[in-house]
Design a binder for this molecule. Structure first.
Ligand code: DGY
Length: 318
């Protein structure tokens, strides 16, 4: 039997690459370079399935390529805002993702960011490394207490709920959440009106999808509604927050700080953000643990196996 031809657009954990190579004819991106649009178009012409990541822009202009051999986009990751799902549907391309397996890992990172920005951990670390710490003082690098404060969660999906659980049980935080509908088992108070939630929260953590629907959900007007002295944490997608507006709000209030794992034009990070001490900046590390990246890879493998065996892939989105 001829084995399906699969392309990975990036290096994956070794154990997953080995397992894939036993089952499929796999082309690896040996030097791990980012694919450009022409390479993505060529991949759609040449392979039965392409396994992209968040950095591969599979918009209509790329997906429209003809002739096309690819019948499956098996995404390595849960967010799908880099794929034009409408165009995929139009062309009869099946799309799968990897939900569930990165929930705890991403929730852990959201809490890491929240704690870092509240306790000025990045600033402190930079001081120590620069040899600029001159000893304990009662007024040195005073941060903001986290325990007992109010956390607003925007997007109460799997990750939002995992963050709520950690914040409530680990830090005694009060949880408010905004979501398209109230959830039966959610740990927190439902706030249908986002603008009413914001002034009540000491911290706001974003867990909604990116893409057209939520682009600049946090614009200047909305950021201005946040509580004076509060903090914004973003592990969702960069385009949910208007970067110019965020910088303005950090300059003039009401925000005291922001902690970001995602950016509008990754991997570019606005130099105005990079210069600030009141922001924590991480390089899109939400799902970056060995355990999680392996689990994501094996989840893609399950989707590929089901699809090529003529079964419904477990994580089919389109
Ligand atoms: C995800 O899974 O969406 C992560 O952000 C990486 O793509």
């Amino acid at each position: 039997m001829i084995r399906p031809r699969i392309l990975l657009t990036a290096r994956w954990p070794e154990a997953v690459e080995a397992a894939l190579a036993e089952r499929f004819q796999v082309a690896f991106n040996r030097d791990d370079h980012p694919f450009d649009r022409d390479e993505l178009r060529q991949a759609l012409r040449d392979y039965d399935a392409v396994c992209p990541t968040v950095v591969d822009p599979l918009d209509a202009g790329v997906l429209d390529v003809q002739p096309r051999r690819c019948r499956l986009l098996a995404n390595f990751g849960v967010g799908l805002d880099h794929i034009d799902l409408e165009a995929a549907r139009r062309h009869g391309i099946v799309v799968t993702n990897t939900p569930g397996v990165l929930t705890d890992c991403t929730a852990d990172l959201a809490m890491t960011l929240l704690l870092m920005v509240a306790r000025r951990a990045g600033e402190g670390e930079r001081q120590v490394r620069a040899g600029a710490w001159h000893g304990w003082r009662p007024t040195h690098l005073l941060g903001t207490q986290v325990t007992g404060k109010t956390l607003g969660i925007v997007g109460m999906g799997r990750i939002g709920r995992a963050v709520a659980h950690r914040a409530r049980h680990g830090f005694g935080m009060r949880i408010l959440y905004h979501h398209p509908r109230p959830l039966a088992a959610a740990e927190g108070e439902y706030c249908p009106d986002l603008d009413a939630l914001l002034p009540r929260c000491d911290f706001v953590s974003l867990h909604c999808p990116g893409g057209r629907r939520n682009r600049h959900l946090f614009d200047a007007e909305r950021l201005a509604r946040m509580k004076p002295g509060s903090f914004l944490v973003n592990t969702a997608r960069g385009d949910v927050v208007d970067t110019d507006a965020l910088i303005g709000t950090l300059d003039h209030g009401p925000l005291r700080g922001a902690a970001l794992d995602v950016y509008e034009n990754e991997p570019e990070v606005d130099p105005r953000l990079r210069r600030r001490e009141d922001v924590v900046l991480l390089p899109h590390l939400g799902s970056a643990t060995v355990e999680t990246r392996e689990a994501m890879g094996f989840r893609v493998l399950e989707n590929l196996e089901a699809f090529f065996a003529g079964r419904e892939p477990p994580d089919r989105v389109v």
